[in-house]
Design a protein. Structure first.
Length: 425
């Protein structure tokens, strides 16, 4: 399925980038002393360095590495690091501007495209597209679907709402119980401009009244969602699923991808391989550590058990050949450290080269954008990352945004720590 490409302002004219070692995102071996030519924001040449042309701006990136812009397929960019009390005291504009800073830091970390799976309205996507604010190209789920009391339901046991659920401009929670609820909510999300539909087939960890083992959206309801989006031109359907039963319901219902998947049985893994279901394991969030000074011994033990079970689950999925895309759950995981996920993917069995592909071309495929994004090839948008470290020798170094020396989005320089690219244009 080809999806609509979220636009961003593009550069005009021609620019050559020469001398870098190119890791193009396709899984091909790196190419030393490569050249990439951009024309009006698109890639027009990829190959060996050619003879210089006097009338073409050229940037020498010798000693650096050139990669595609990364795709983070699971973020929550509206989740800002403030307490509920602080959020309640703020004016709406303060939150909007803080989200704008999150967008900037995510882009500067090397993520040129992001899929926000609950929280952002299309206004943010459109503002990035117009160039009002710098940030990754955005694909939005707007809100996720779960039953009353499930992972998408923010209502507390006393009937109150958390601050994030009552801020002006936030989408309504996707609480659905009947098939009629599902039809109405999915059609409303599509009308609002959703690029993807997210369902919760299990409970969650951070939601107020459910448990990860709870049943969420059923297999039949997932199938209904897939049917509904198919009637409207198609959208990727993804499932928050923490248990094996929840993953199986989502896969059998036709979901394109699974978020988390920390308790996969071998039979379900085989089913994912058979159907080509993508796993977005969000390992950075799985492996985040609790503060031992505030967490109880029981809670720490539960967390350690989840770490072990989740890593084993994802390792077996990787070994079996389940396709994997990079996603961080940023918002739970710190914003601006998205590429820490690359080292986590290596930890579960991917090579550094395969981890980069998971974070570039595989993510673009999952979003339906592979015709224009995800790799450095002629005809694709000029989304590029310049690294100061060899990502195949030390992929974990990309977790530090300072290792990302420059970022281009549709050929436009949006970060340039060394003043290399801007001085040549």
């Amino acid at each position: 399925m080809a999806a609509r490409l979220p636009t961003t302002p593009h550069a005009d004219g021609v620019l050559r980038l020469v001398g870098a070692t190119l890791v193009d995102g396709t899984g091909a071996p790196p190419r030393a002393d490569a050249e990439v030519e951009l024309r009006d924001g698109d890639v027009t040449y990829v190959g060996p360095r050619r003879a210089p042309a006097a009338d073409v701006p050229t940037v020498d990136l010798s000693g650096r590495w050139l990669l595609p812009g990364f795709v983070d397929a699971h973020v929550h960019l509206s989740m800002v690091p403030t307490t509920p009390e602080e959020q309640r005291a703020r004016f709406p504009e303060e939150h909007v501007l803080e989200v704008a800073e999150v967008l900037r830091s995510t882009l500067h970390a090397g993520v040129t495209t992001a899929r926000d799976l609950d929280g952002l309205t299309p206004g943010y996507r459109d503002a990035v597209a117009r160039g009002t604010v710098v940030g990754p190209r955005l694909h939005l789920a707007i809100a996720m679907l779960s039953p009353t009391g499930g992972h998408a339901d923010p209502v507390r046991p006393n009937g109150s709402l958390p601050a994030w659920a009552v801020r002006p401009g936030m989408p309504a929670p996707g609480v659905v119980d009947t098939d009629e609820d599902v039809v109405r909510t999915v059609r409303s999300l599509l009308r609002t401009g959703a690029d993807a539909i997210k369902v919760s087939t299990s409970g969650g960890v951070g939601s107020p009244t459910d448990d990860p083992d709870d049943v969420g959206i059923t297999e039949d309801q997932v199938r209904l969602v897939v049917h509904l989006v198919g009637e409207r031109g198609g959208r990727p359907v993804t499932a928050h699923a923490l248990t094996d039963a929840a993953v199986r319901a989502a896969v059998l219902g036709g979901a394109a991808s699974i978020e988390h998947g920390y308790d996969l049985h071998d039979e379900t893994i085989a089913l994912m391989v058979e159907r080509g279901t993508v796993l977005v394991p969000t390992l950075s969030t799985l492996l985040r550590e609790l503060d031992p000074s505030t967490a109880s011994a029981e809670r720490l033990a539960q967390r350690a058990a989840l770490h072990a079970r989740g890593l084993d689950s994802v390792r077996r999925a990787v070994a079996a050949g389940v396709p994997v895309a990079l996603g961080t759950d940023a918002g739970v995981h710190p914003h601006g450290r998205n590429l820490a996920e690359l080292a986590r993917l290596v930890q579960v069995g991917l090579s550094p080269l395969d981890a980069i592909t998971a974070g570039t071309l595989q993510g673009a495929r999952l979003l339906g954008l592979e015709a224009r994004l995800g790799s450095v090839e002629p005809g694709k948008a000029g989304d590029l990352v310049v690294s100061g470290v060899d990502p195949l020798a030390d992929v974990g170094a990309l977790a530090d945004a300072a290792s990302v020396r420059a970022v281009l989005q549709a050929g436009r320089v949006v970060k340039d720590l060394d003043g290399l690219v801007t001085t040549a244009s």
